[in-house]
Write a protein that binds this ligand. Structure first.
Ligand code: ADP
Length: 600
């Protein structure tokens, strides 16, 4: 079978995406290869297709045991015999997987890196005909990144002890030069083909919001996305818990995930999300690596991440099937404090020397500074990120908050001075730091009884800012975002930079939106009623097969089916994402549903 036929038969795609064909060709020819491709670019095809066409077995090293089962189940749906071996299985199951692989029944075998050098496993591998070793999430081998996994350092030794050296294919979505060099060196890749595809994901909409209250804003955003699936990332476990409680109290179908939960609960919550039983996942960055749920419609960051690499990777989990999806970051100045705290208290990697640790720390701080700049820029967010990743050709964006919002910059130095001096005076008068609402009340000259009791109406800043409450909150948000005010636990305090403003040495500018241009609306299904019928059908079939809905058909495929209404098997095969196995398995049911719907 040639590669194009295989692409259609097994994966249902009629053409390769950028970079895929080169990777496939290299691996088929037995050459090592490194693919640096953003999430959603289609890395799986790059190694699963060669795995099907090569004579021997493909071993896939993957970081997360909990996801292997899903990957294997999804492959089975496409008619690709695969197995995995991990510590949660009984000895009998492990033997079954090894035997089936040795006999050539399974073409793809997933393992965690820690297993590679286990005696039983490596001995069994030496007896197999291995054509290809694939390293998924290859950046885990680098000690520079957040995801370092010592077990990845064993991969090179594993390959070396095989009687015949197979091709090694490494894949990552992390683009920094340092990590790339580490991958090449530590995996001992030999003359590898290197493919880096563009990092632009045109279907993703990016926005940075600075709402005065994140909870209210989050609820509003989720309210607009009632029937969609999405992830809310928080920077700490505590935030995960409080946001989780907020959403649960509002009756939303939500699950949570962070390293503080017991294994079983994490696994269960993850499954609930993948199988669409919980539409919203609230999580720390511990969640998501290796998750290939293709129908994530939005990713909201409740807190700013530590660097743009993490942000792009996490946000990129939205819209993997190519459908329009939203990536929204909620920013406040407090996030910068949390981020600094997290950097200072991050676990030191013991394998690094003191000098290396110093370098890592320095680089972390630089990366954080870029992250903050992203949150504050008023130019195109997409261009900002792509140029950070080293891309020089900028696409026409028109799909980010800054390109679509029409802004002008207003000088708010005078208002800022009034606010800052109010904070200083209130603090002196009260002997403690005032909260936001108290300051707003003073500035607007409120007759609140407690305020009068505390004689705050005697301050010289009482009633000096005659503007709507919301507007003053917006000024406060700007002052916090730009680092003039800190608001730990909601208590306001001036930073040293604020004195420059009070002394008239620095100006404060605020971006104001003139009009809101119309967003490119998420392409809804052409026929929503039919789409819903097909979605229900998919849910039923997925449940029967014990796989997530997207493993049957992606949302994008469902949309195409409901738009084109195929009437025969040939027409059904034309849908992107429908291959031979899926046609055989689900074709009849879908064709029947379409026919019944059309008759009605
Ligand atoms: P990655 O691992 O790079 O994040 P995946 O391998 O999960 O990405 O693929 C992302 C999505 O792209 C999947 O829904 C997959 O079906 C789709 N896809 C991959 N290759 C193609 C292709 N050549 N044509 C159309 N869709 C594709």
């Amino acid at each position: 079978m040639d590669k194009l036929t295989a692409l259609k038969t097994y994966f249902g795609h009629s053409a390769f995406r950028p970079g895929q064909e080169k990777m496939v060709d290299a691996l088929l020819a037995g050459r090592d290869a490194l693919g640096v491709m953003p999430t959603g670019a289609g890395k799986s095809v790059c190694y699963q297709l060669p795995a099907m066409l090569l004579p021997g077995v493909t071993i896939v090293v993957s970081p997360l045991i909990s996801l292997m089962q899903d990957q294997v189940a999804a492959l089975e749906q496409s008619g690709l015999p695969a197995a995995c071996i991990n510590s949660t299985q009984s000895l009998e199951e492990q033997m079954e997987a090894l035997n089936g692989t040795r006999l050539g029944y399974y073409k793809i075998l997933y393992v965690a890196p820690e297993r590679l050098l286990a005696r039983g496993f490596s001995a069994a591998c030496r007896k197999m005909d291995i054509s290809l070793v694939v390293v998924d999430e290859a950046h885990c081998v680098s000690q520079w990144g957040q995801d370092f996994r010592p077990g990845y350092l064993d991969i090179a030794a594993f390959v070396r002890q095989l009687p015949r050296r197979p091709a090694v294919g490494a894949f990552t979505a992390t683009a920094t030069q340092q990590v790339k060099e580490d991958i090449l060196r530590l995996l001992a890749l030999q003359n590898p083909l290197q493919v880096t595809t563009g990092f632009n994901r045109p279907n993703l909409y990016f926005e940075v919001a600075r709402p005065p209250g994140k909870d209210a804003y989050l609820m509003e955003q989720l309210g607009k996305r009632r029937d969609q699936s999405g992830i809310v990332y928080c920077s700490t476990r505590r935030n995960v818990e409080s946001v989780y409680e907020l959403l649960q109290a509002a009756g939303l179908p939500v699950a949570r995930y962070h390293a503080g939960l017991p294994d079983w609960e994490r696994r269960e919550n993850q499954q609930d999300f993948i199988h669409d039983r919980a539409r919203i996942m609230v999580a720390t960055n511990a969640f998501g690596m290796g998750i290939d749920k293709s129908n994530v419609n939005y990713v909201i960051h409740y807190n700013m991440p530590l660097d743009l690499e993490s942000y792009y990777q996490e946000a990129g989990r939205a819209g993997r099937d190519g459908s329009p999806a939203d990536c929204i970051l909620l920013y406040s100045a407090e996030d910068v404090n949390i981020a600094r705290f997290l950097l200072e208290h991050s676990e030191d990697n013991e394998r690094l020397t003191a000098l290396e640790r110093f370098q890592v720390n320095r680089r972390d701080k630089q990366r954080l500074a870029w992250m903050v700049d992203y949150c504050k820029t008023s130019s195109c967010l997409r261009s900002f990120m792509l140029s950070y990743f080293g891309e020089t050709e900028m696409p026409l964006c028109e799909n980010c908050g800054n390109c679509l919002g029409d802004y002008n910059e207003v000088d708010i130095t005078v208002q800022a001075q009034k606010i800052l001096s109010c904070v200083v005076r209130a603090e002196r008068h009260l002997g403690c730091q005032p909260g936001r609402s108290r300051c707003v009340q003073i500035l607007r000259g409120s007759r609140d009884s407690q305020l009068l009791e505390q004689r705050l109406d005697t301050l010289s800043t009482y009633g000096i800012l005659d503007e709507p409450e919301q507007q003053i909150y917006a000024y406060l948000a700007v002052l916090e975002a730009q680092g003039y005010l800190s608001a730990a636990q909601g208590e306001l305090a001036l930073t040293s930079a604020a004195w420059q403003v009070l002394r008239g040495r620095a100006r404060v500018m605020m971006r104001q939106r003139r009009v809101r241009l119309l967003r490119k609306k998420a392409a809804g299904p052409v026929d929503p009623a039919l789409y819903e019928v097909l979605r229900q059908l998919r849910m039923g079939l997925a449940r029967q097969a014990g796989v997530p809905g997207y493993a049957v058909f992606s949302d994008a495929a469902l949309r195409e089916i409901s738009a084109t209404r195929p009437r025969s098997e040939e027409e059904f095969l034309q849908i992107s994402g429908v291959g031979e196995a899926k046609l055989r398995r689900y074709g009849a049911a879908f064709l029947k549903a379409i026919e019944e719907y059309t008759k009605k």
